[in-house]
Design a protein around this ligand. Sequence first.
Ligand code: PMP
Length: 439
Amino acid sequence: AEGYKELFQGIDVPVKLADGSFKVPINFDNGATTPPFKYVCETIEEKIGMYGAVHRAGQKSIYSTESYEESKQKVLNFFGLKPEDGYCVIYTKNTTEGLNLLAHELCQKEGTKVLSTRMEHHANDLPWRKMAKVFYIEVDENGLLRLDELEEKLKNAAGSIQYVTLTGASNVTGYINPIHAVAQIVHQYGAKLIVDAAQLVAHYPIKIKGTRADENIDFLVFSAHKIYAPFGVGVVIAKKEYINESWPYVQGGGAVAAVFDDDVYFKDSPDKEEAGTPNYLGVIALSAALDMMTSVGMNQIVRHEQKLKNRMLAGLRGIPKVTLYGDPLYKARLGVISFNIEGMHHSLVNQLLAERGGIAVRNGCFCAQPYVARLLGVSDRERYEMMQQSQRPEPGMVRASLGLYNTEDEIDDFLEMIQEICGLKDSELKRAIRYRLKF
Ligand code: PMP
C-alpha cells in the first residue's frame, strides 16, 4: 500500500535544506497542484510527434480529432455517464475558466438568482457575483455547511433561485459535501446544481447520477492539474440542453455553424463553447490520468489517503500548541488539513517546514477568504482594518494537502518536524525570520 510513489514522475528530486544537507522533499501541497503520473508523461511523449489541430485537415488532424473525442467519452464514463444521458464535456483552461463560463452562460438574464455557500473557493464565488444576485448558505462554528439553510433559502425565494453552486470538497477543511442529497433538495425547488469538483475528483469516487433521477448533478467542473496531469485543461460536464441558448463565453472559429454579414449561427454545445484550437496534448494527458486512476481504483485511493489523513489528524491533535480547523472527527473529510501553531505566523511555519524538513505546505487563505475568516473568527471589519496597515499580520493558516504518492513515513516525518518547530526558542525563531529577510 506504500507503493504508489513509483507511479509518479519528478517527485524524487532532492532539495537543499537550511543546514546545507539535501533531502528528497515531501510534498503536502496537492491541493494546489499535483505531480504527473509516469503514465501521463509517457503518453504525452508518445503523442507529441503525432499531433495535429483537432477538427482540421490531414492525417494527424484526423488522428488527433479521434482521440480528442474519445477523451470526452472517457470523461463521461469516469463519472458513470453514457452518451444517452444527455451530458457533454467542454474543455477549458482550468476550473476557474469553467466556472466563469458557466456563470456567463447561465446568468444571461438580468437579476438571475444564485445560491452559493461561504465555503467556496473564490473561483466558485466571484464569477457568480459578477453575473448574478448571489445568496449564501452559512457555515457553522466547525466550518460545516448549514444544510438547513439550503432548503430554507430555496423555500423563501419561492422558485426564483435558478442555480445552486457548491464545492464538492473544501480546499481548506477537506469536508466532502453530500452533493446528491443537496441535488435532491435543489431540484425539489426547481433549481439546478453546479458542483465545483476541483478538490474532489482525484480523491473520491463521483457519480454524476444519483440513485434517483432527482439526485443527479447538473454541472460538474474540475482541473486536470489536480488529478496528476499537467496544467492547461479544465473540464466542464454539463447537461447539453442547459447551455445551448446564449452567445458563447469565448467567440471564434470552430464554434459557429454559419456566419453571415449580419447574423451568426452557433453550433450546439459542446462545440459552441470551444472556439479556437484546443489543447490537444493537455486533453490526452488528462485522459491518461483518468485511466491511471481507474487502474489504481478509486476505492484503493480513498483507503490509502484516509489512512494518511487519520494519522496526520491524530498526530496534530496530540500537539498542544497546534490549533486544527474543522472538526477532526468528522468522517467525510479528505486529506486537506489546516492548522496554526500558537504564537507563530503561518508563513513562518511554512518557511520552517520547508528549510528544516524539505516539507512543502501552503499558508494563507487558499483563495477562500470568507471561509478562512469564519474559521478563524475574524470579522470583515477587522480584516479591513488590517488591510489599511502597512505591516499587517494577515490572518491565515497552514495547510497540508495529501496525494496518492504520500506515505505514512512522510506523515511521521512531518509530525516530528511540527513538534520540533513548537519547541524552538525565541532566538531561533528570530534567526529564521532574519534568514528569510535576506532572500
Ligand atoms: N475550486 C477549488 C475548490 C479549488 O481548490 C481550486 C484550486 N485551488 C479551484 C477551484 C481553482 O482551480 P484552478 O486554479 O485549476 O482553476
